[in-house]
Design a protein around this ligand. Sequence first.
Ligand code: SF4
Length: 344
Amino acid sequence: MRPLPDMQALFLYGLRENCRAMDLETKAKLLSVGTVQLSGPYAAGQMSTAGPGAGGQSVFFKSGERMVRLSVAANSPLRLEKHPDGALIFWGERLLAKGELAEPLLHCPQQAYITVSERCIYDCKFCAVPKLQGGVKSRQTVCRMVEDAQSTGQLCAISLTSGVETSPQKEAARVAEIVRDLRRFGVPIGVSVSPFPGVNEILKRAGADEVKYNLESADRDLFPRVCPGISFQEIMDALQEAVGIFGQNRVFSNIIVGLGESDRALHHSIDELTEMGVLPVLRAVYPHPLRVGEVEMVRPSEQRLLELACYLKKALVKNDLDGAQALTGCYRCTGCDLVPGRDL
Ligand code: SF4
C-alpha cells in the first residue's frame, strides 16, 4: 500500500505556491537590489547579457503576472534556487518569491532587442558602452539575428538601440536602413537612437512604430555632468515632435533614478514628459564596475521605487497615457522597472 502523503508538507507546499507569486512590493524589493546569486547549474539559454549592466549576465524571473530581470552577482544578498517545478528567490533563509525562469529570445523574452553599434563617441558617466567600445553590426547580421529569433515562433517585437559610432545623423541613417529591411518580419519595431532635428521623419519613413530618446537625468543642472556634450533641450524637442509623428503611447524616454537627482526633479520631469505625451521609463541606476567613482550612482530603495512608480502611474492616467499599449521595448518587457499599466 502506498504511504499517505505528508499533509503538513503538502500544506506548506500549497502555502508557498499560493503566497509567493511576486507582488508589487516584492518586485520593488528585488529591483532595489538588482542582483541575484545563482545556486546550481543554469543552461546558457536561461541567461542574457540584457540591460544596463552591459557585458554581464542576467536572468529573467517570472512569477504570477510579473517579471524581473536581475544581474547575476556572486555577492548578492538574493539567491535564486532552481527546482524541477520552478525557481525560488530567497533573502537569506526567507523565501521572497516563487516562479520560473523566462528564457530570453534576443536580450529579453519575446523580443529581438538588438544593439546595433556597441560603441559610442559620447561619454555618459553611468554608461559602460563607451568603455567597452564593441563592434558595429551590419544589416545582414541584424537580419540574420531576427530570422533566427523568428524561427523560434516567439518573436513578438523588434527593438533596436544603438550607441553613436561617428555621428547621431549617420547612426540614425544606418538604423533606418535596418528598419526598412526588418519590416518584412511583420512585427512592431521600436527604435532608440541619439536624437537630432529631423530624426523623427527619418525613422517614421523607414517604418518604425515607436521611438525612445533617453533624457537619462531628470535634473537639468545635473545633466551636463552626467551626459557631457549632449543637449538636454535637443532631446526634449525631439520627444515633443515625436508625439505628433508617432502618436499617443508610442514615444518613450529613459530617466535614470539614483544619479543624485531629487524626487522633486523627478516629479517635475515626469509631469513635463507626460504632459507632452511621452511615457517616461524610470530606470534604477546600475553602478557598472567600469564607471565606479565617475558620478554618484546609488540604487534606489524599494520605497523610493514604489513611490515614484505610483507618481508616474497617476501622471500617465491624468494625461490619457497607457503603458499597456506599448508594442516594443521596456514597457513591453517590464524586466527592469515597475511598469504602470503592467505592474501597477
Ligand atoms: S526592461 Fe528594457 S532594458 Fe530591461 S531587459 Fe527588458 S528590454 Fe532590456
